[in-house]
Design a protein around this ligand. Structure first.
Ligand code: PLP
Length: 406
């Protein structure tokens, strides 16, 4: 098989929809078009039936009951509903929320909003491997803490947090535990019962499903979680999220979950093998390469690497037939390096020269071989032009060099 360009290796940003998901969705655009809330005719019943099937498919993937699934427009909305919903519903109990510095913006920006509304938020730092320190979590808890929100797996470095331990601590103190599981769901086994999660966000487009549809798991027993609705009108989804349901999207999300459930073990093994092959090739051919994030507690399809003595933008330009993300926020005007890598303690240089490789269901071994060779070639070429790399090779201690401006 010949390679098709550009090669997609940015699965943490979004994934290509699986053809089987698309096929399942198709009839629900034109033929089975009913409103799932229409109670008095067959069009409505058919739509409702499809929605309930999806609820069950999602629940089965995460060890939940179908009644505990609330449909949303994606994980940004799920996270907003979880955090604001708990904050407003439990405000009498306390006003303190604990989260981590490496969370997705959909959590961090929601927390900032809540701070403006009078809530207090603790942003836990992470260790150099990206994991939170459980003792720091314990120490941060006060009698005003109502919610701990820690992501299952990180979208930049793929690091998987000790969710079960976090849940135990939360449970001991009677605090609700929310997890943004967007990157983990469908990729590694999740069971909300075993894991002790009370509220959990997922989204379709990170698991080979459609964009613009997601779900929030909301525990119904032990404890029964209540959320203040963020959208009024109609009282859909047990009053937690009003609005006519996106039936084709919901069918797609359900199908995506079922496929992930069936194929996760096999797919995880295949992707871990390819990811490790990519890593091993880079490390065999290049020096001064650094892995960002813990390698054991990590998603099988993620690799995040910094290439010292290489300028991130030049590296990206050099491999412009490969779609990856970099720790350089080149999309923003500011060129601020990734806040996640900075939270790990990476210097600006290493954060800027990092690349996130996100492998996925449609990644082939041939693609991995090509990407490895290409990155190695470009890094070597860029370093040939780098006076800093030359000095490093000559044994100059760059940290002791006195730089003077002329
Ligand atoms: C992509 C992502 C989100 C946002 O999901 P949308 O469905 O795109 O709104 C939230 N959290 C994490 C960890 C993500 O990777």
């Amino acid at each position: 098989m010949s390679l098709k360009f550009p090669i997609y290796m940015d699965s943490h940003a979004t994934t290509r929809m699986d053809q089987r998901v698309f096929a399942a969705m198709t009839p629900y655009f034109t033929e089975i078009f009913g409103n799932a809330a229409s109670r008095n005719h067959a069009f409505g019943w058919q739509a409702e039936e499809a929605v309930e099937k999806s609820r069950k498919q999602i629940a089965d993937l995460i060890g939940a009951d179908a009644k505990e699934i609330v449909f949303t427009s994606g994980a940004t909305e799920s996270n907003n509903l979880a955090l604001k919903g708990v904050a407003q519903m439990y405000a009498e109990k306390g006003n303190h929320i604990i989260t981590a510095a490496t969370e997705h913006k959909a959590i961090l920006d929601t927390c900032k909003r809540l701070e403006k509304d009078g809530f207090r938020v603790t942003y836990l730092p992470v260790q150099t491997d990206g994991l939170i320190d459980l003792q720091q979590l314990r120490d941060a808890i006060t009698d005003k803490t109502i919610l701990i929100s820690i992501m299952y797996a990180n979208n930049e470095i793929g690091v998987v947090q000790p969710v079960q331990e976090i849940a135990k601590i939360a449970k001991e103190k009677g605090i609700l535990f929310h997890s943004d599981a967007v990157q983990a769901a469908g990729k590694i086994p999740i069971n909300v019962q075993k894991d002790g999660i009370d509220i959990m966000s997922i989204t379709g487009h990170k698991m080979y499903g459609p964009k613009g549809v997601g779900a929030l798991y909301v525990r119904r027993r032990n404890p029964r979680v209540r959320l203040a609705e963020q959208m009024q009108g109609g009282g859909h989804e047990r009053g937690m999220r009003s609005g006519t349901l996106n039936v084709p999207g919901i069918v797609g999300l359900g199908e995506a979950c079922e496929l992930c459930h069936k194929e996760m073990a096999e797919e995880g093994r295949r992707l871990a093998f390819l990811r490790d092959k990519l890593k091993d090739k880079l490390f065999a051919e290049l020096d001064e390469v650094y892995i960002n994030g813990n390698m054991q507690h990590r998603l099988p399809h993620n690799l995040n690497v910094s290439f010292a003595y290489v300028e991130g933008e030049s590296l990206l330009m050099g491999i412009n037939d490969v779609a990856v993300s970099s720790g350089s926020a080149c999309t923003s005007a500011t060129l601020e390096p990734s806040y996640v890598l900075k939270a790990l303690g990476a210097g600006d240089d290493l954060a800027h020269s990092s690349i996130r490789f996100g492998l996925g269901r449609f990644t082939t071994e041939e693609e991995v071989d090509y990407v490895a060779a290409k990155v190695i070639d470009v890094v070597k070429k860029l370093r040939e032009l780098s006076p800093l790399y030359e000095m490093f090779k000559e044994g100059v201690d760059l940290s002791k060099v006195q730089w003077t401006a002329h």
